[in-house]
Design a protein around this ligand. Structure first.
Ligand SMILES: Nc1ncnc2c1ncn2[C@@H]1O[C@H](COP(=O)(O)OP(=O)(O)OP(=O)(O)O)[C@@H](O)[C@H]1O
Ligand SMILES: [Mg+2]
Length: 275
């Protein structure tokens, strides 16, 4: 069996609660209660669950942004919280993120060229300006934006185009894993479909894996091979997306599926599931 690209094992994440007084004992709120997932190279895993269930907390832990209290996060066989700074910077080229709000995540004062180049500047050494510009043009082309977009500012784009800019920025270090936290939730339904199609094309073209977080079951069904259902910081069910949504075993998953308006449930099938 090939080594998993991402392996999350027994991750526990707690947040410090505010202390009522300096004499009170420090209390912690446990958000993730020992969660485990795996993603194979080229595979995409969906995470679904209601608001507050811990999806973004997991995404931040996977991105190396918040160290879990216990458990392990291995990307490409490396424990990302055990790496020194230089090794972490090298490893970080291999995984990038896209978030829900493309406007909030793109600095309005910078041109698209500066925004898209940022991961190269911060994570790679010795890349010339000419090479950087060549790579900016390459990723703009990959996400379907004209080369001239590089010299524009985020406010000059529509929501869907801004999310394309965010995707281009995620691609520029040629990652193998993209963590996408509600990447289409802020977009109109018609634009959602375009961005999802783009993400599927890019997955095929570059052999990407996605950790794809969404509360929208239809979106997750369209883009993921497998899905993990999270409820109050615990995975209650994992399996092939079509199987889990068509024949949910856990009562919580059954409730989630039942809550999807009927005319829409089961409508979309991913390309891979049809094959
Ligand atoms: N820095 C923090 N300090 C304290 N509590 C936090 C912090 N970040 C998140 N939480 C709490 O952790 C829980 C899980 O939050 P999280 O953002 O992971 O949920 P989510 O599943 O992404 O929800 P949504 O679908 O609304 O994005 C929430 O109860 C939230 O209030
Ligand atoms: Mg969230």
């Amino acid at each position: 069996m090939t080594q998993p690209l991402l392996k999350v094992t027994d991750v526990v994440r707690e947040y410090r609660l505010p202390r009522p007084s300096i004499f009170s004992k420090q209390e912690w709120l446990r958000i993730l209660h020992g969660v485990s997932i795996e993603i194979a190279p080229g595979e995409s895993l969906g995470i679904v669950g209601e608001s507050g269930s811990g999806k973004s907390t997991l995404a931040r832990a996977v991105m190396g942004l918040e160290r879990p209290q216990s458990g392990q996060i291995m990307i490409g066989g490396k424990d990302i919280y055990a790496l020194d700074r230089t090794s972490l910077r090298d490893a970080r080229k291999g995984f990038q993120a896209i978030f829900q709000d493309p406007y909030g995540s793109l600095d309005p004062r910078h041109t698209v060229r500066t925004i898209i180049s940022e991961p190269v500047v911060s994570l790679e050494r010795g890349v010339s300006a000419a090479e950087r510009n060549r790579r900016v043009a390459e990723v703009l082309d990959a996400v379907g934006l004209p080369a001239a977009s590089a010299d524009k500012y985020p406010h000059e784009f529509s929501g869907g185009q801004r999310q394309r800019v965010a995707i281009a920025r995620a691609l520029i270090t040629r990652p193998s894993l993209i963590v996408a936290d509600e990447p289409v939730s802020a977009l109109d339904v018609s634009i959602q479909a375009q961005v999802l199609n783009l993400m599927m094309d890019l997955q095929e073209k570059f052999g990407l894996s996605y950790l794809f977080i969404s509360h929208d079951l239809g979106v997750v069904r369209a883009i993921t091979d497998r899905v993990a259902v999270i409820h109050l910081g615990r995975f209650v069910e994992q399996g092939p997306t079509g199987e889990v949504f068509d024949n949910p075993q856990d009562p919580y998953t059954q409730a989630l599926v039942a809550a999807v308006p009927k005319p829409f449930s089961g409508r979309r099938k991913s390309k891979r599931q049809q094959n």
